[in-house]
Design a protein around this ligand. Structure first.
Ligand code: R5P
Length: 282
């Protein structure tokens, strides 16, 4: 078996390789004069079972994934792990004239098996042309939160889309949870419905699949501030943390942001490596 890591998931690939007791293949990366990406896999993957691990957070990451798949054409089998799949929030046509970008991305990935982690919308799994599995990091997040030992935790789903995930994490932590209702205006602006949630004596832990601009959580905090709270934490699976999200959350009172390593950031304290390893072995 060969582990082939894309540019964006090198640390996670090393963790997965170490758990499988194999060395990840070395890939040479460079740029052509016009900035196009060049890569070459150093190992011979002819007739091998390969596992390519690459989050597609940026367009270049996505191109890198397609190049790696093509470079492994002579392999016996190709499994692709996409810890964070970019464009997954464009999973339907919201307005006339828009593409279903998640479908475009999914359909272009040709391999034997695909693994995603907490994909933004389960309908995306039907866009893939091969067997696809969506893994759930709920237990990893729940165990991490349990071990934090915060006083009187209450979990908050910042929108209804996070309900199932948050209820499952709350079940592991053994605490209450609440759900806000959100209306998205555009990629940068949201409106959160005012709700009488009282957490005066609670540590508030926001849990979402993605934190991008931090706008959703910041708006929720404005509403919670009316009644007060003990401490504020933000947890997510995929830490996009674009633009000034970290500063924005800090200024809103968030004490700590913790995520998994589907996107590799300083906040990625929870590794999804065991989740991937347990499932690719099946
Ligand atoms: C959207 O439905 C997701 O679950 C997240 O709530 C969203 O991506 C967060 O975005 P932001 O941090 O920009 O408010």
């Amino acid at each position: 078996m060969n582990i082939i890591s894309g540019i964006s998931s090198q640390t996670l690939s090393c963790k997965i390789s170490s758990m499988l007791n194999i060395c990840p293949s070395l890939i040479e990366y460079s740029k052509f004069p016009d900035n196009e990406l060049y890569l070459q896999i150093n190992d011979d993957v002819n007739n091998e079972d390969v596992i390519i691990i690459q989050s597609t957070t940026t367009s270049l990451d996505y191109i890198c994934l397609l190049q790696l798949i093509d470079a492994c054409e002579c392999a016996k089998s190709i499994s692709v792990v996409i810890p964070y799949m970019g464009y997954s929030r464009q999973e339907k046509r919201f307005k006339k004239g828009e593409p279903i970008s998640a479908k475009v991305m999914a359909k272009s990935i040709e391999c034997d098996k695909i693994y995603t982690i907490n994909i933004h919308d389960m309908n995306i799994m039907n866009f893939f042309n091969c067997k696809s599995y969506n893994l759930n990091a709920d237990v990893l997040l729940g165990d991490y939160i349990k071990n934090l030992n915060v006083k009187s935790p209450i979990l908050i789903a910042p929108d209804e889309g996070a309900t199932e995930f948050v209820s499952s994490v709350a079940n592991i932590v053994n605490c209450e949870f609440e759900i806000f209702k959100k209306i998205r205006i555009d990629g940068n602006h949201v409106i959160i419905n005012d709700m009488p949630i009282s957490c005066k004596n609670n540590s508030v832990l926001f849990v979402d699949d993605i934190i991008s601009t931090g706008g959703t959580i910041s708006e929720c905090i404005k509403i919670l501030s009316k009644n007060g709270f003990r401490d504020l934490y933000a947890f997510c699976v995929h830490p996009i943390l674009s633009k000034n999200a970290v500063l924005r959350l800090y200024n809103s009172g968030i004490k700590k942001i913790v995520s998994t390593d589907t996107i590799e950031k300083i906040q990625s304290e929870i590794s999804v490596a065991p989740l991937v390893v347990n499932n690719i072995k099946l």
